[in-house]
Write a protein that binds this ligand. Sequence first.
Ligand SMILES: [Zn+2]
Length: 434
Amino acid sequence: MSNTAHQRALLARFATDFAADETLAPPPLEAEIAEPEPRAAAIPDAVLDVDRQAQARHYARQQLWLGLAGLALSAILIGALLLSGLNFWLRDALGVVPAWQPFAGWLPLRVGAYFLALFIAAFIIGLPLSWYSGFILPHRNGISTQSPRGWLADEAKGLLLSLVFELLAVEGLYALLAASPRWWWLWAGAALLCVTALLANLAPVLLLPIFYKLTPLPDGEVKARALALADRAHLRVHGIYSINMSARTTAANAMVMGLGSTRRIVIGDTLLDRYTPNEIEVVVAHELGHQAHWDIPQLILTQSAIMLGGLAVVQLILGAALRAMPQYDGLADPATMPLIVATLGAFGLVTLPLANGFSRWVEHRADVYALETTGMTDAFISAMTRLADQNLAEAYPSPLIEFLLYNHPSIGRRLAFGHEWARRQARRVARAAS
Ligand SMILES: [Zn+2]
């Protein structure tokens, strides 16, 4: 829902939203909208705009290639760092930094300096790509409303946040590597779970306001309907907020975020402005579905479990590297950092389809919930159709790309599900009448 990579990464961890994030999307496939049976009811405005979809396909392809270019660039840089021995050279060059050791083996100042060097290099090298994919392309396609200055301000804030969080994580990781060479990965996994839960709790009150303005939804039809829905489902809603997405984008979205006391439903002003009360209600019902199914805690647990697997693989790889290369000064040697980053990156890439598959399943379950609780199939279908065109989302991506990269079912699949639901509903009505 945001324009910068940092924000996206940040928000993706702590919220689960309604529409797919169009960060990495796919080359074209011929749209196949043929309906085997006539539709149960006439659905107004529920036809995808052919020109918008062609543009969406083009945009998706550009973003896919940019994503792949970014990935290749990272792989080349980190590969070069590892193969040239530059990782050891950097460690030796940072020998001027005091070797302060709070306990044996942990060198927080040198670890911090090593991390900063990598972080700054990665930022500078990645900046042109992130400017092009985060600012130029969205502007060219008319879905960004941000000024260059606003984009840079967001980028700077995101960068600063990442710097603080990642620095703390790296220091903690190297403290564990020094303190418990055998079991550090288990401790790190447990710590990660706790920190993620804490950040998920703080995200809507502490992190999101750094970028967006959240305003409690004023009394009115939308709020009344949302509260009635929650009431019928016996769900406690801690707040319904509007978020000023329009300051950055023309795209619409809604999400649930927060954990425990900060749990809330957040609706983009770009959705509130242009959608009918029925369409908004069905979107809110989808978000309530996430709440009813405990999706945020489940997503946090799944992500943490995957991360624990990654850390266990890091342990194996580091063990092998240390045995093979005497230049490494033990696990907590800052020179192991590029190898850790490379291993976690590769592991994340390999397990991405798994994480995305789980997310798509969770999203589909929320769609089912939305239709079960509201029965508003027409509103669901028209909202999906309008979202595809408004958000420049490719409705029918290649199934392979959807399998690999989509954290929501494609809009085409969600539309097909809506139509199938409508048919089932019509059959039920027909049976009841006969
Ligand atoms: Zn959702």
